[in-house]
Design a protein around this ligand. Structure first.
Ligand code: IFM
Length: 459
């Protein structure tokens, strides 16, 4: 889908907006970003342990060794969510905590942690939503080729069954992957994320094996009796006056995952463009049927649209292999601390586009939020930038519901400030501030405001 830059919605109207009854409000996190306890209770090493120790890969050499120490402080974090009135909490399970080598022996002490966390959530009336994979691949599997090795897909399905076997009596909603685009194209095509490989061909093969792992995991979860199964994608509408450029980037960002998952086919234009890197021989007969196994829920992570302009001589953006001749950026909008434009209308357009082009799959916003340079003043954090970002995006989500999108919930990214991957701890996305020296948590103004939104089920 492409959009013209002029398109916008009236998001300024501050009349009362109510969300549908039963709308799910919550917050999201991920294991490596908050847990810490990297060597506790038999956890195996992950690619992010290795990558963060590789000089020059992560800002200031930060690692997830301690992070928010959530592994030990989870009761306090659950209490914060309870006090905010959140309905739901999306967290990820660390594969190397549960299966230190990614296949073979299970580590019961790792599963015990998630057992305790789920019980604590339920005791506080908070519904758990589990993500099975949020980027912390067991290093042993990476040593055998990681997501570029087809064998990993079956290992992932085994791990899904193990996790469901322990938690499935209390957890209803399961998502397989978080943002496979990042795993494939930041991890294997551009080297920005772990494992730090930079080869476009590997990016496409990793994308396919992630999708195959998802499909096999859906089958494994269904066989174990999982009630609701889905996947989370990071999707960005592409804005540009040059239609072919915008179409190409839309294919490389969005349709490369949406089409196989929800239509059982790779988009022809993406297949053609990628032929300069790969012959696609990693796609075997029957794979697309597995990948398009029906799902109950599509998780949408939205932060900002992509603005693109055709510009001859422009080298390819390594995260979009084959994108030479296209310049990225230049949106006329305020920016967050990540340098990302604040353009809430993109969320409305995205949700309506999903409803139109991929009908029949309920949607949930599994991440939306913003980093700002927050400071604690007299025990308070006046994060007006984040508050207005969230306000704008909730209005945008509401507009999409009014336009017919089947949106079931909204999970803010993130509950806590945390390890922002290659950016280390310098970018703060939390609605709750974390002082990493003391591990003190301070709900920001945005958290208190969000709590009111949840209470009123509206704005
Ligand atoms: O922190 C990340 C998260 O792990 C995945 N989605 C985007 C967030 C902000 O960059």
């Amino acid at each position: 889908m492409t959009m013209s830059a002029e398109k916008s919605y009236d998001l300024q109207d501050s009349g009362v907006l109510r969300f549908p009854e039963g709308f799910v409000w919550g917050a999201a996190t991920a294991a490596y970003q908050i847990e810490g306890a990297a060597r506790d209770d038999g956890r195996g090493p992950s690619v992010w342990d290795t990558f963060s120790r590789t000089p020059g890969k992560v800002h200031a050499g930060h690692t997830g060794d301690v992070a928010c120490d959530h592994y030990h402080r989870y009761p306090e974090d659950v209490a914060i969510m309870r006090d905010l009135g959140l309905h739901s909490y999306r967290f990820s399970i660390s594969w190397p905590r549960v299966q230190p080598d990614g296949s073979g022996p299970v580590n019961p002490r790792g599963l015990d942690f998630y057992d305790r966390l789920v019980d604590e959530l339920l005791a506080n009336d908070i519904t758990p939503i589990v993500t099975l994979y949020h980027w912390d691949l067991p290093q042993t599997l990476e040593d055998r080729g990681g997501w570029t090795n087809r064998e990993i897909a079956a290992h992932f399905a085994d791990y899904a069954a193990i996790a469901h076997g322990r938690l499935g009596d209390r957890v209803e909603t399961w998502t397989t992957l978080n943002e496979p685009w990042c795993s494939a194209f930041l991890g294997y095509a551009s080297g920005i994320h772990a494992p730090g490989l930079a080869d476009p061909a590997l990016g496409f093969s990793a994308a396919h094996h992630l999708l195959l792992g998802h499909g096999l995991a859906v089958q494994a979860l269904r066989a174990s009796g999982a009630a609701t199964v889905g996947v989370t994608l990071n999707l960005s509408p592409v804005i540009g006056d040059d239609t072919p450029a915008a179409e190409l980037v839309d294919g490389l960002q969005n349709r490369i995952f949406l089409d196989p998952l929800l239509r059982g086919e790779y988009p022809a234009d993406v297949v053609e463009r990628a032929r300069r890197f790969t012959d696609w021989s990693f796609v075997h007969d029957g794979d697309l049927e597995t990948i398009s196994e029906p799902i109950d829920l599509l998780g949408v992570n939205y932060y900002h649209p992509q603005t693109v302009t055709a510009r001859s001589g422009e080298p390819a953006n390594p995260v979009y292999p084959g994108s030479e001749g296209i310049a990225f950026g230049g949106a006329d909008a305020p920016q967050t601390a990540m340098g990302w434009p604040v353009q809430p209308f993109g969320l409305t357009d995205l949700l309506l586009r999903l409803s139109r082009d991929y009908p029949g799959t309920p949607l949930i916003i599994t991440e939306n939020g913003a980093a700002f340079d927050d400071v604690v003043e007299d025990g308070e954090v006046h994060d007006t930038g984040r508050l207005s970002y969230l306000d704008g995006h909730l209005r945008a989500a509401h507009a999409a519901i009014e336009g017919g999108a089947d949106l079931r919930g909204y999970l803010v990214w993130s509950l806590l400030d945390n390890f922002e991957w290659a950016e280390g701890y310098r970018k703060r996305f939390g609605v709750v501030h974390v002082d990493y020296a003391t591990q003190r948590r301070t709900p920001k103004d945005s958290a208190l405001w969000y709590s009111e939104v949840v209470r009123r089920n509206g704005l």
